[in-house]
Design a protein around this ligand. Structure first.
Ligand SMILES: [Zn+2]
Length: 283
């Protein structure tokens, strides 16, 4: 029924400003007159033209918002003209190569556990969005053929150089503890007392590890001497003694890949809670 259809379109144009005041100026008096009034066919064509016009205009405006909106976001991300930097964590598996570190009664070498835990931790940190840098990724001393000092000092110097090459990074050195008696157990965390953030990072990791070691009473210990690596750290740094090779129960756990993954997950959670405190507050 053409007439009813036409009335419906008229009502549409009457209630909306788009159909009247804004649309009319785009047509000359002559054009409007040519569409006529009262003729169902021409009036319908007229309002049909309005609908087409407004559909195109709305699409164009939405497109413009989408285009300029996305440009704005790009600018917000790249204000400095450089891609956003992910936080860097340097993982330092202690010992390596001819330096096996501590040895357990079952013959497990500390250097191997240090590397295994570090790689697992690195995998988890990477998944959390960190850039992960290692001081070594295989069974070698990272002294890079240095000369002029003892092999051990060259080794530590090379690790410190990695730290210097990444200012602002979090340095996490992974070790295993040892003791003449069998009873001591649990993670012990040392931190570079002279470097900002080290205490907070150590505490964050300790809090997280306590969830799998509720009986662990070992407080974090700030070092200004006694541990050369922490004494000479150029940035936020901690050294984590993951467990005691001298404790039969603990060495059994540390030799279990599933436990190492669990331990690494809690170390990772502690590092995340330090690096992204606002996200942890929200949880
Ligand atoms: Zn060690």
């Amino acid at each position: 029924m053409p007439r009813q259809k036409s009335k419906g379109l008229s009502r549409f144009s009457a209630v909306g400003i788009c159909g009247g005041r804004l649309f009319y100026p785009l047509f000359s008096e002559k054009e409007r007159a040519s569409y006529g009034k009262g003729c169902p066919d021409t009036e319908e064509r007229f309002y049909g033209a309005r609908l087409v016009f407004w559909s195109v205009l709305i699409l164009a405006v939405c497109g413009a918002f989408a285009l300029f909106g996305s440009r704005g976001k790009e600018k917000a991300v790249n204000v400095s003209g450089e891609p956003a930097q992910k936080p860097v964590v340097i993982l330092d598996p202690g010992h390596g190569g001819i330096d096996g570190g501590a040895v357990s009664r079952d013959g497990t070498l500390e250097k191997d556990l240090n590397l295994a835990v570090s790689k697992e931790l690195g995998r988890l940190l990477y998944a959390q969005g960190f850039q992960v840098v290692y001081t070594r990724t295989d069974d070698t001393m990272p002294d890079a053929g240095r000369a002029g000092a003892s092999r051990k000092m060259n080794d530590i110097a090379a690790r410190l150089d990695v730290m210097k090459a990444h200012p602002g990074a979090l340095f996490i050195s992974i070790h295993m503890n040892n003791y003449p008696g069998e009873s001591p157990r649990g993670t012990q965390i040392y931190y570079a007392a002279k470097q900002t953030g080290s205490l907070a990072l150590a505490e964050a990791i300790r809090s997280s590890v306590l969830r799998i070691q509720p009986d662990n009473k070992r407080e974090t210990v700030g070092k200004t001497d006694g541990i050369y690596l922490l004494e000479h750290a150029s940035g936020t740094a901690v050294l984590i003694e993951c467990g005691f090779l001298s404790n039969p129960t603990e060495i059994e756990k540390l030799n279990d890949p599933a436990y190492r993954t669990r331990l690494a997950a809690y170390l990772c959670a502690g590092i995340c809670s330090y690096a992204f405190p606002e996200e942890n507050d929200a949880v």
